[in-house]
Design a protein around this ligand. Structure first.
Ligand SMILES: Cc1cc2nc3c(=O)[nH]c(=O)nc-3n(C[C@H](O)[C@H](O)[C@H](O)COP(=O)(O)O)c2cc1C
Length: 190
């Protein structure tokens, strides 16, 4: 897939539409290398991608199920949330490490670097033929789950579910017209 066509055709694929195989170690290294190409002021690399694969998915499923019970979703909700961890071949926890006292790079710039890294990671997955989706939800604020993934000073942003997509989107993704985000400055007439 050529680069620009790849960029223009990326779409998210949710966990229930992802099957084996997931990416190999070499493919994951390419995704991480793509993430590291994102703009990053002062090269702080304010993120980590934590890989949940193989039997570790069962531990994540147990955490998800307990979080669902704690959120009063009942046993049906717990089973559904556990399935979200078990179904994708790979789940990548995205953890931000924002240096709140950095003398040069304010926190919003560091978050922008995290966003760029996620985008490049997902884009590389798409170019390699994988599907994925960034997900968060109330689970990221569950203290047990956050503690399981984060070291002191880190924030759990969410998870990227990754695998081979079972389906392509039914139609062209609905996106705003480019003109919505391209604006001349100053506005004509000002
Ligand atoms: C940090 C972050 C967290 C997100 N969390 C969720 C989520 O919990 N649930 C959800 O449906 N979409 C979530 N999204 C949006 C999806 O990942 C996706 O971008 C959206 O469904 C649009 O689909 P598209 O990527 O195919 O355009 C999140 C996106 C980001 C960047």
């Amino acid at each position: 897939m050529d680069g620009l066509n790849g960029l223009l055709s990326r779409f998210s694929v949710g966990p229930k539409h992802l099957v084996e195989p997931g990416p190999t170690d070499e493919q994951l290294a390419l995704m991480a290398a793509a993430a590291l190409r994102a703009p990053d002021h002062a090269e702080l690399v304010p993120y980590r991608f934590k890989l949940v694969r193989g039997t570790a998915r069962e531990a994540l499923a147990a955490l998800f199920a307990d979080a669902a019970r704690a959120a009063c979703k009942g046993e049906e909700g717990a089973a559904m949330d556990a399935e979200r961890a078990l179904r994708p071949p790979l789940t990548v926890a995205v953890v931000a490490r924002i240096d709140l006292g950095h003398p040069q790079v304010p926190q919003h710039e560091q978050w922008a670097a995290v966003g760029g890294a996620i985008s490049n990671f997902l884009m590389a997955a798409h170019l390699l033929g994988f599907g994925g989706k960034m997900l968060s939800g109330a689970k990221v604020r569950n203290p047990v789950i956050a503690a399981a993934f984060c070291e002191p000073g880190e924030t759990l942003l969410g998870w990227i579910a990754l695998g081979t997509p079972l389906r392509k989107p039914a139609g062209a993704a609905r996106k705003p017209a480019p003109a919505q985000v391209l604006v001349d400055w100053p506005r004509p007439g000002d």
